[in-house]
Design a protein around this ligand. Structure first.
Ligand SMILES: [Zn+2]
Length: 278
């Protein structure tokens, strides 16, 4: 591997979620040394993903929807609920790709009466081969072009996407990397969290503007800005773009933990999201 390839490997490893959008180029391929099985599809993805896109209309093979290796219903499930609301919540890296992204998106949809698009991966051995669900079925948000999802987002004024960044960032559990191309929504969500966060005292919440912040200890949002125009969350009705929330595994688990210890966290998070979206 040359120096450039090595750099790409490091970048992809650090980014983890893969939502680096435009930051990662085809060099991300270097991040797949574990793909040793012999399918002809193996070496053609970019940005570190196995599938280059979902639909296959605008990308090189392999595309998930035409794959014979990983099948809808068997290896992944798509859930769509059009609530005719102003807002749609997205979890395109759900199931076993990012812990609790599906569950949190569903909870948001049900609590705030938002429409929902969820992609939940539960790959069988035939689909996964030597890879895990993340490495086989994670499709970077800017390449996630399921026509059902694109149409759904395009019918909504606002969108919010739930993601999980990799623990290897070393972030504090309360670090929220706030991105998406709608700067107004980004600022509104950050302000709404800051206004409410003192109500939750188990750890501190730190909403960070992913597009502008400099990485600091425990708060590294580098490369997960979610600002690419093609990012599914930004493909809203009026073109104003959406809000992307990259969160720790821990805070997603706490938001879903039924213990009353986390009631205040839920009050802060759902209150802030609802206020930002109004
Ligand atoms: Zn993600």
């Amino acid at each position: 591997m040359n120096a450039k390839g090595l750099l790409a490997l490091v970048v992809v490893t650090v980014v983890g979620c893969g939502n680096a959008d435009e930051q990662l180029g085809a060099e991300g391929e270097a991040a797949k040394p574990s793909e040793l099985d012999s399918s002809a599809e193996e070496l053609s993805s970019d940005e570190g993903d196995y599938y280059n896109c979902f639909a296959g209309s605008g990308c090189a093979s392999p595309a998930l929807s035409t794959s014979t290796r990983c099948l809808k219903g068997r290896d992944y499930k798509v859930t769509v609920n059009d609530a005719q609301s102003d807002v749609v919540v997205l979890s395109i890296h759900g199931g076993l790709i990012e812990p609790n992204s599906s569950e949190l998106a569903q909870a948001i949809s049900s609590k705030l009466h938002y429409s929902l698009y969820d992609f939940a991966a539960h790959g069988t051995a035939a689909c996964l081969g030597t890879l895990n669900d993340f490495n086989r079925l994670h499709i970077t948000a800017a390449n996630f072009d399921d026509p059902t999802a694109v149409r759904l987002v395009g019918r909504h004024k606002k969108a919010v996407a739930i993601h999980g960044y990799n623990d290897s960032r070393g972030n504090d559990p309360g670090t929220l990397c706030v991105g998406g191309s709608n700067a107004k929504l980004v600022q509104a969500f950050i302000a709404a969290v800051n206004q409410r966060k003192s109500r939750f005292t188990l750890y501190s919440l730190r909403p960070i503007d992913a597009a502008t912040a400099t990485a600091s200890r425990g708060a590294d949002c580098t490369g997960i800005t979610g600002t690419a125009r093609a990012n599914l969350v930004n493909r809203t009705l009026d073109g104003a773009g959406g809000l992307q929330l990259e969160m720790s595994d821990a805070i997603k688990a706490d938001l879903l933990n039924p213990s009353t210890r986390y009631d205040a966290l839920r009050t802060v998070f759902y209150g802030a999201l609802s206020a930002a979206m109004n």
